[in-house]
Write a protein that binds this ligand. Structure first.
Ligand code: ATR
Length: 458
């Protein structure tokens, strides 16, 4: 819960629907208010039956704005003073903006999707668009594609009749015959030209779901794929796009931008791309899971403990050193020898920037010197909870003595090595400490013990 000071001046925003307990909207809107310094509070309101009475009550309670979700998106229209033209075509309202005489209804799902794909450089104008599924979400996507000037929109559905009816209605509205309905089994009739593909069926929500069209070749037409599902993050459709190296996104960006556009309508403010990114990362972490980052001197067990921890917690595992070796196709020792330490540190910083935007639900083991740069320490903390695996000089020596893969430890004698380790531990201690949220001592503990200790903290 945010530590918000609610006063007599605080404005109320909210969501009506049923159920509302899993909604991510409070996170989006309360973060926006916090970041933009707006004295507003967003709350969920479960409305079981009479949505008209709820909207009337909300107006008289002075509620500034509302989102509307299932099952009220269509029925709510009856209760409004005005309905925006686009919302009327789609037949669904998800945002209510307060006016003098009542609320005006908008649909921000469609502009939300448009903003999400535009940011990825995708335009629908003049394109062949393929839409899979013919339910409520598909109707909004087809409307978007037609109003954005798509050359043709192929609508494929398991039940052809539903697709045909939708095509008839929308073609009448947009005048022309650009929307073409097909039974999914007739997918071969779709021309083999580069297409933007939208996945709007519910396939992927359940474990074991397949694709609407199983034929491999069908998906080669896609130059970009968008799955409206965001949980799970990877659906069979997204997996297929990834297999084909086709750029793609899931519905989380649409969820974000429909919220941002609603917020802009309520407040008259405009949300910068930078702020949108920050809310997106917060949303992603809250839905898909936080990251745990292990830092510490070489030999403290970052990789071994990290792997064990990831496995026991059902998280992914990444090792920054291995990732750099893989990306550069060369060992850390060779990188140091051929390009020098500074170049290696640059690679680390670049990788951390990438991980701070993309990693979710992951244990990340890092290189021993990653904390030396202030920029890296900031990136690490932005990426997740940072844990310093601390080990004494004796323990570290015992672990690194026979390891020849560590260029910074090249030494003639054992005594020299001991001195070097002691010096480096002392020099780096402050950097580890300032990077870390938590410190875990590893001396005399097994990998399982350390992993268990971290999962308790975490
Ligand atoms: P939404 O409002 O999210 O779009 P919807 O209106 O219930 O959801 O639509 C669900 C879509 O997923 C429909 O296109 C549905 O196909 P049918 O019209 O043939 O029912 C599609 N869908 C759901 N389960 C499916 C399955 N097992 N195989 C193929 N399509 C499926």
């Amino acid at each position: 819960m945010q530590n918000k000071n609610i006063t007599g001046l605080t404005g109320v925003l909210g969501l009506i629907g049923n159920p509302v307990r899993h909604t991510m909207s409070p996170l989006i809107h309360n973060t926006l208010s916090e970041e933009l310094g707006q004295d507003l509070c967003y709350l969920p309101f479960p409305v079981e039956q009479d949505v008209t009475a709820a909207v009337k009550g909300a107006f008289h309670l002075g509620i500034r704005g509302l989102n509307v979700t299932v099952p009220h998106k269509t029925a709510v229209m009856e209760a409004l003073a005005e309905v925006d033209e686009n919302a009327r075509i789609i037949g669904a309202v998800n945002t209510l903006v307060r006016t003098e005489n009542g609320y005006k209804g908008y649909n921000t799902d469609m502009p939300g999707l448009l903003r999400a794909i535009s940011i990825r450089g995708i335009s629908l104008k003049g394109q062949q668009v393929i839409v899979l599924g013919a339910g409520g979400a598909s109707r909004a996507v087809c409307t978007l594609a037609l109003s954005e000037g798509a050359a043709s929109v192929w609508l494929l559905n398991r039940t052809a009749a539903k697709a045909e009816q939708m095509a008839e209605e929308l073609n009448r509205h947009f005048e022309g015959n650009r929307l073409k309905a097909l039974a999914a089994s007739d997918f071969r009739k779709v021309p083999g030209v580069p297409s933007v593909m939208f996945q709007c069926t519910s396939l992927g929500l359940k474990e074991g779901d397949g694709l609407l069209i199983e034929d491999e070749n069908f998906y080669h037409k896609a130059t970009y794929g968008y799955d409206l599902i965001y949980n799970p993050a990877v659906t069979p459709f997204i997996r297929k796009m990834n297999e084909n190296a086709t750029p793609c996104d899931n519905g989380l960006s649409m969820l974000l931008y429909q919220g941002i556009i609603a917020y802009e309508l309520w407040t008259g403010l405009s949300v910068s791309e930078e702020l949108a990114e920050r809310v997106y990362t917060k949303l992603k972490r809250s839905i898909y899971g936080e990251n745990l980052i292990l830092v510490g001197y070489m030999g403290c067990g970052k990789s071994t403990v990290g792997r064990e921890l990831a496995e026991s917690q059902g998280m992914h595992f990444l090792d920054t050193d291995s990732m750099i070796e893989e990306r550069e196709d060369c060992s850390i020792r060779e990188l140091f020898e051929e390009r020098g330490e500074a170049a290696f540190r640059d690679l680390e910083t670049g990788l951390l920037k990438h991980l701070s935007d993309s990693a979710v639900n992951t244990v990340i083991a890092t290189g021993g010197g990653i904390v030396l740069r202030k920029e890296n320490r900031e990136l690490l903390r932005k990426t997740g909870t940072v844990i310093w695996l601390k080990a004494s000089v004796e323990e570290t020596l015992g672990r690194v003595k026979s390891d020849t893969s560590r260029p910074l430890l090249d030494s003639a004698s054992e005594q020299e090595l001991a001195g070097k380790v002691e010096r480096m531990l002392q020099e780096r201690g402050a950097a580890y400490e300032s990077a870390a949220d938590e410190i875990v001592s590893t001396d005399g503990k097994t990998v399982e013990e350390i992993s268990r200790e971290i999962s308790r903290i975490y």
